[in-house]
Design a protein around this ligand. Structure first.
Ligand SMILES: Cc1cc2nc3c(=O)[nH]c(=O)nc-3n(C[C@H](O)[C@H](O)[C@H](O)COP(=O)(O)OP(=O)(O)OC[C@H]3O[C@@H](n4cnc5c(N)ncnc54)[C@H](O)[C@@H]3O)c2cc1C
Length: 424
């Protein structure tokens, strides 16, 4: 007999945990499936503090933050399937037939009335940034190095170079230094760091670790073990200037060169994807273009704060529970267009009519000192807010009052302009 649930949540990281709690609180029967042994997702290996300042008004470590949510899940009637991997999903009778595999049951099926996809993201590797050559040991993604040091107790290397200034790389620069490694520097191809300013200060400046912008690694040296890398300055098109090549001796190269939302499982269902976020296109309920499939956390778009990840999990879980009860009325689904200095905004669509306030998350395309965010429908201004010091590396959150959006009106446009009112 196939077990049936109103809501099945895939992934027990902070997004999935919050979704399971919220769906259960709305009265849904809930199954939470996770491929690893324990709940917590990537937070299990993030042993530094700084998590939960918004959600719990406290500075927690990653495992502490995850533990709070794990307890909330355990207090509710949620079926947790650990070491359980989702392999396929097919639409069936208005819901979904899910095929899982785990060591206890082998291959088995579960029926879900609706689905919350909370599978997080994966890290880009050396091949994905065209760093070819020999394949000596000593080259790790920042998350792999974090796993080795914090969970397994191994040092990935003693003389390290970090490529990319993403948050995990910055955190690992500090971690490696504290563990006694020599971090030669962080090299970033862009003209601005891609991590949060607080991490640049707390992880590099406080430890005198140099950050060199507009620089990349072009060659890897060593056969069995990494012996060194060549770095080059790049021109404005990010093409290495060979005349600037310098060799740096090192036994470890850590890559922090971007995260890719984990959504391959959605491909067979032709769920519409956003080419910028690499996550699905969603409406304000975080429902994808495939009815009954909701997305949250880093699977939806890469977040820099776990508090926002949990917020999106709560919303997706709650709305997935209501979907089973057929409470969402749809009159019109419209696109939320963007203009000006916007890299992306989530949600990309609005399902109308709607009430209540939902968060709009966005990143600017370029850094901006003084900006003004405006949401308009025709000439009518729905929201206008002055914002300072906007950076592509830092996500912004604005609450939108959905009752102000006319379901029969023009397509709303969200823009970020400079204070003088000229598009940046
Ligand atoms: C490597 C890495 C290191 C990070 N370090 C920090 C940090 O130090 N500080 C900080 O503030 N933020 C850090 N972050 C960001 C922050 O932790 C994330 O924003 C947050 O954990 C994302 O939560 P999530 O639930 O969306 O994804 P995750 O925490 O990644 O959880 C996703 C879960 O889904 C499971 N899963 C995936 N596919 C399947 C499947 N098919 N079937 C079953 N289960 C599946 C995974 O095993 C995982 O447990 C890091 C992110 C990454 C990727």
């Amino acid at each position: 007999m196939k077990q049936e649930y109103d809501v099945v949540v895939i992934g027990a990281g902070p997004a999935g945990l919050a979704a399971a709690v919220a769906a259960s609180d709305k009265g849904a029967t809930v199954c939470l499936a996770e491929r690893e042994e324990r709940m917590g997702g990537i937070l299990k290996q993030c042993i530094h503090d700084g998590f939960g300042l918004i959600r719990f008004k406290e500075k927690l470590t990653g495992p502490e933050y995850a533990w709070r949510y794990e307890n909330m899940v355990k207090e509710r009637p949620v079926d947790f399937l650990s070491r359980t991997f989702l392999t396929t999903m097919k639409p069936e009778n208005g819901g979904f037939d899910l095929s899982f595999v785990n060591p206890e049951k082998g291959v088995f099926s579960v029926y879900a009335g609706s689905l919350v996809m909370a599978m997080g993201c994966r890290e880009r590797t050396d091949r994905q940034i065209f760093l070819h050559g020999e394949r000596p040991s000593g080259i790790f993604t920042a998350g792999q190095a974090q796993d080795f040091i914090n969970l397994k107790g191994y040092m990935p290397g003693h003389k390290c170079v970090i490529l990319g200034s993403g948050d995990i790389g910055l955190i690992m620069a500090r971690r490696l230094t504290l563990e006694g490694a020599e971090v030669q520097g962080v090299y970033e191809i862009g003209s601005e760091p891609s991590g949060l300013t607080r991490n640049i200060v707390q992880c590099l400046e406080d430890y005198n670790i140099p950050l060199q912008l507009e620089t990349t690694v072009t060659e890897i040296h060593g056969y069995d073990r990494l012996e060194g890398v060549t770095i080059c300055r790049v021109d404005k098109n990010k093409i290495p200037r060979r005349e600037t090549a310098v060799r740096i001796d090192c036994d470890c190269l850590i890559l922090s060169v971007g995260l890719i939302p984990e959504n391959d499982i959605l491909k067979p269902l032709s769920v519409k994807m956003d080419p910028v976020t690499k996550g699905p296109v969603v409406d304000q309920n975080l429902e994808t273009s495939f009815p009954g499939i909701f997305s949250c956390g880093n699977a939806l778009h890469v977040n820099d704060l776990v508090d926002y990840v949990s917020e999106s999990g709560h919303l997706a879980g709650e709305r997935a529970a209501l979907y089973g009860k057929k409470k969402i009325q749809v009159k019109r689904r419209i696109t939320l267009n963007t203009a000006g200095n916007i890299q992306y905004a989530v949600p990309q669509n609005l399902t109308l009519p709607a009430k209540g306030t939902v968060p709009l998350f966005f990143r600017p395309l370029r850094s901006m000192g003084k900006g003004v965010a405006i949401l308009k429908q025709g000439e009518r201004i729905i929201l206008k807010k002055n914002l300072n010091w906007l950076k592509p590396s830092e996500m912004n959150r604005l609450p939108i009052d959905l009752s102000l959006i006319d379901p029969d009106g023009m397509t709303p446009v969200f823009s970020l302009e400079n204070r003088e009112g000229v598009h940046a």
